[in-house]
Design a binder for this molecule. Structure first.
Ligand SMILES: NC(=O)c1ccc[n+]([C@@H]2O[C@H](COP(=O)([O-])OP(=O)(O)OC[C@H]3O[C@@H](n4cnc5c(N)ncnc54)[C@H](OP(=O)(O)O)[C@@H]3O)[C@@H](O)[C@H]2O)c1
Length: 352
């Protein structure tokens, strides 16, 4: 475990140097690792585990053939390494509960019956446990309840692994029945391909995650982009200009500089005109959105956001309704412009 100074606060971090794959193999040598769900995190984590040399079985319901077929295509074999969700849960000693959060709530009554004393129930989100009043998920006291939450989509968990980088993940122990919960957690974190692990609690993980995705990472980002694009269009700017000044320059240039060396580096590497304006306006934007963030965090901790998620995601027509919403975005002028702008990137023109 390394102690790292994060801007003046010392936190513990575990990397694959401190906790090697070899040590993870030793720690998990007697486990049967069962990955329940083959949606986004399921394949990312299962394939990384398998490629790292850990035997894995997958639990996926067959009736929804898309994900079942995906598991087949990825080389999982029915009756050997691919089972129904319940069968895999029964066989597993370390059970990765990677159904959607609404799916976890729906299947809990049957999964609970599959758990044996000493098993570890593993989550990639604090959601089901923290909002137990709504999900009804209260694990038996004789099992470990652990968390490794990759900070990215399942697809990135996989692509980062394949290109040798590794995603960073948070980890937590909610219940330690065996005395081995922490080492099981760290071993799993390294085994699924995390670049490094940082400590959290189930509560802190879910509160920050729900805030982040509704906020800067996705919701706030999308809303702010729309506001600026619409403003420019209202004032007679062409779609291509409005899109380039709102999205393309961000994704193709500026955010890359932020990723490389931080916000100050990006400011330092743009024109002095841009610099002056951005440095002044960031205060107004921060103050304008702060009350919205306050409201968001309150709704997260009160469980109001969870209520919305569970209600809408459990509806039988969730996927159709989602597709409608995504289609509206895809077919809006702004994002049709985006498609045209992307097709003009030289590397995309060369593909034609
Ligand atoms: N996706 C991410 O970027 C991400 C990142 C970090 C953490 N996480 C967490 O990782 C966990 C898994 O998320 P995910 O995004 O990978 O999930 P997802 O893609 O939404 O998961 C879909 C999986 O859940 C199954 N499922 C849903 N409802 C079911 C039900 N009622 N009965 C049986 N199976 C059901 C689906 O199978 P069917 O096709 O049969 O419905 C499919 O295997 C969640 O706790 C999530 O919060 C996700």
């Amino acid at each position: 475990m390394a102690k790292i100074d994060f801007g003046g606060t010392i936190e513990e971090v575990i990397t694959s140097e401190e906790f090697s794959i070899k040590k993870a193999k030793e720690t998990l040598k007697n486990e049967t690792i069962a990955v329940l769900g083959y949606g986004s995190q399921g394949p990312g984590q299962a394939l990384n585990l398998r490629d790292n040399g850990f035997p894995v079985i997958v639990g996926q319901r067959e009736s929804e053939s898309f994900y079942w077929n995906k598991a087949l295509n990825d080389g999982f074999v029915p009756g050997k390494t691919l089972f129904s969700v319940e069968e895999a849960a029964q066989k597993g000693t370390l059970i990765l509960y990677l159904l959607s959060d609404a799916g976890q709530m729906a299947t809990w009554p049957s999964i609970k019956k599959c758990l044996k004393p000493g098993d570890a129930l593993y989550f990639s989100h604090g959601f089901s446990i923290v909002y137990k009043d709504q999900t009804g998920i209260v694990p038996p006291v004789d099992i470990d309840v652990i968390l490794v939450a990759p900070k990215g989509s399942g697809r990135t968990v996989r692509t980062n692994f394949l290109d040798g980088s590794g995603i960073n993940s948070s980890f937590a122990v909610f219940q330690d029945a065996t005395g081995r919960a922490r080492e099981r957690t760290l071993a799993m974190g390294i085994a699924i391909g995390s670049g490094y692990l940082f400590a959290t609690t189930f509560e802190k993980e879910v509160f920050s995650d729900l805030t982040g995705e509704r906020g800067v990472l996705m919701g706030c980002l999308a809303g702010t982009m729309e506001a600026q694009y619409n403003l420019l269009r209202r004032h007679g700017h062409t779609p291509s200009e409005a899109f380039n000044e709102t999205v393309e320059e961000l994704t193709q240039s500026l955010i890359r500089l932020v990723a490389e060396n931080g916000m100050d580096w990006m400011f330092a590497n743009c024109s002095t005109t841009a610099q002056r304006g951005a440095l002044d306006w960031r205060h107004r934007f921060r103050d304008a959105v702060a009350p919205v963030f306050d409201d968001l965090y309150q709704r997260v901790i009160s469980g109001a956001e969870t209520k919305v998620v569970l209600k809408t995601n459990s509806a039988p027509d969730y996927r159709e309704k989602l597709e409608q919403e995504l289609k509206e975005i895809r077919e809006s002028e702004m994002w049709r412009t985006g498609a045209a702008v992307r097709s003009l990137r030289p590397e995309n023109r060369r593909k034609k």
